[in-house]
Design a protein around this ligand. Structure first.
Ligand code: AP5
Length: 223
């Protein structure tokens, strides 16, 4: 809680900007749950649920999953007890329609303190980072073969520093799919960012500085 208000943090930005990386820090610092629509959808794909089957076709191409599906899963997620004092939204809302739906959710009330943080990063850096990303399918930790190298490696396989699981390359981190994700981002981000700006809750952070510097800027904004 912040001044008795629910703390709502929204992370915006292109794929690979560092939303998931910064989310790890924010949720620890403020004890709020991490609602990553990407992680929830990947979990549904892993479990083979009907949501996962529907989402998989879009995600492997780098397209957005239909708004109704995403909204439904977010609305269900925020009803859980752990969201009572606030939540961090990562990867949602993703376009203007989702932003309108977000502000209409019963969960967002006058008693919510909303901070939207846009982590910005040029396309060339996105491609470089994502093609070097390794991801833990178990605890969701994020690594990078240039900037955050996992400590354990056997043959060509890396293991999670946090839980020891085998790290994977995400299906949508192939260069062609990354390029399509960027195309989708550039076609939807403008109106989304404008929407948050008009609500007077938008902050912009340069994502090209090191992870620590980005974290410091975000903590400054939120405290
Ligand atoms: P989602 O999982 O949300 O992916 P994304 O937005 O494309 O973002 P990423 O997770 O790829 O990147 P990130 O910004 O979290 O970067 P990270 O911290 O890992 O969505 C995936 C798909 O799901 C979508 O394409 C869509 O199909 C679907 N979907 C999800 N939400 C949806 C929605 N609301 N509506 C419709 N469809 C939806 O960092 C990247 C790498 O860089 C890492 O290796 C990290 O170690 C490194 N790094 C991070 N910060 C730094 C730094 N400062 N300096 C150097 N390296 C850094």
């Amino acid at each position: 809680m912040i001044d008795n208000k629910k703390r709502i943090v929204v992370l915006l930005g292109p794929p690979g900007a560092g939303k998931g990386t910064q989310a790890e820090l924010i949720i620890k610092e403020f004890s709020i749950p991490h609602i990553s629509t990407g992680n929830i959808l990947r979990g549904a794909i892993q479990e083979g649920t009907s949501l996962g089957k529907k989402a998989n076709a879009y995600m492997t191409k780098g397209e957005l999953v239909p708004d109704e599906l995403v909204i439904k899963l977010v609305e269900e997620r925020v009803q859980r007890n752990d969201c009572r004092e606030g939540a961090l939204f990562d990867g949602f809302p993703r376009n203007k329609t989702q932003a309108e739906m977000f502000f209409r959710m019963d969960y967002i009330t006058e008693n919510s303190k909303i901070s939207a943080i846009l982590i910005d990063l040029p396309d060339e850096e996105v491609i470089k980072r994502l093609s070097n990303r390794r991801y833990c399918p178990n605890c969701k930790s994020i690594f990078n073969l240039i900037h955050k190298i996992p400590k354990k490696k056997i043959n060509d396989t890396y293991y999670c520093d946090n839980c020891g699981s085998e790290l994977i390359i995400r299906d949508d981190d192939k260069v062609q799919t990354i390029k399509n994700r960027l195309k989708v981002y550039h076609s939807t981000a403008g109106p989304l960012i404008e929407y948050f700006k008009k609500k007077n809750v938008l902050h912009v952070v340069d994502g090209s500085t090191g992870q620590k510097r980005v974290s410091e800027e975000i903590l400054d904004i939120l405290t």
